[in-house]
Design a protein around this ligand. Structure first.
Ligand code: PLP
Length: 232
């Protein structure tokens, strides 16, 4: 059973954190979207969030989306893929995803483009940038980003809307801040490169533990899992 009251309370607390972080730097709370990250939580929790007005949900595994989607067909859920995608999962992305925030290589772009073209659809994408040196984090290296974006413009089914990153997992706020700052610098460079068909308005950065720093650095979208749904 989903504790709807607890869910609503945690949502209030997150909205307060977003408002306070915005107030600190003179931004408006409506400049920062909240993407609920529902990985490991069941269709009932997602359905409860749709009743609170959310339609987009972040997931990091296609297999999990395929398992949950049938129970949610009447809820108008839009799946946002935020985890590493294997090239052989392009078909599932084209089938389920309304958006992909973890595009990090041309082989995946090519495979997606083939599948999307066959389905006669387009896909909104954010390019994931590796702003941390941790082995476990994927993404395009900042030095290679502009060349990557230029190459991406060949794939007409992929609509580039911005950039995404995961900061280093650290207690050192300065180190976390540096990751988000780097994504903002990447955004400036991407805008200056004037790449046909792409826009870079969106910066998806910030999670349960570091959303305030991300908002300070210009996040337009925080991806929140545990602070909303509970610990995994
Ligand atoms: C799990 C996950 C999140 C949410 O993390 P929390 O710390 O639970 O808020 C955000 N982004 C990505 C890419 C994730 O995999």
């Amino acid at each position: 059973m989903v504790d709807r009251q607890a869910l609503a309370q945690r949502l209030d607390a997150i909205n307060q954190r977003i408002s306070q972080a915005c107030a600190q730097v003179g931004r408006k709370p409506d400049e920062v979207a909240l993407l609920p990250v529902s990985k490991t939580f069941g269709p009932d929790a997602i359905a409860a969030m749709t009743e609170l007005g959310f339609t987009r949900f972040g997931e990091n595994r296609l297999q999990e989306v395929a398992q949950k989607a049938p129970a949610l067909t009447d809820h108008g859920v839009q799946w946002v893929i935020i985890g590493h995608v294997q090239t052989n999962k392009a078909k599932e992305v084209a089938k389920y995803a309304s958006e992909l925030q973890s595009l990090d290589r041309l082989a995946l772009a090519q495979a997606l483009d083939n599948r999307l073209a066959a389905m006669n659809r387009t896909l909104d994408v954010l390019v994931q940038v590796k702003t941390s040196t941790e082995e476990s984090k994927s993404g395009v290296h900042p030095d290679e980003l502009i060349d990557f974006l230029k190459a991406l413009s060949a794939y007409r089914t992929l609509k580039v809307k911005g950039l995404m990153t995961m900061a280093v997992l650290s207690e050192d706020r300065a180190a976390v801040r540096q990751c988000f700052e780097q994504l903002r610098q990447c955004q400036q460079a991407a805008i200056a490169a004037d790449i046909a068909g792409a826009s870079f308005d969106r910066l998806s950065m910030g999670m349960s533990g570091d959303m305030e720093i991300a908002i300070e650095q210009g996040s337009t979208e925080v991806r929140i899992g545990s602070a909303l749904f509970g610990s995994r």
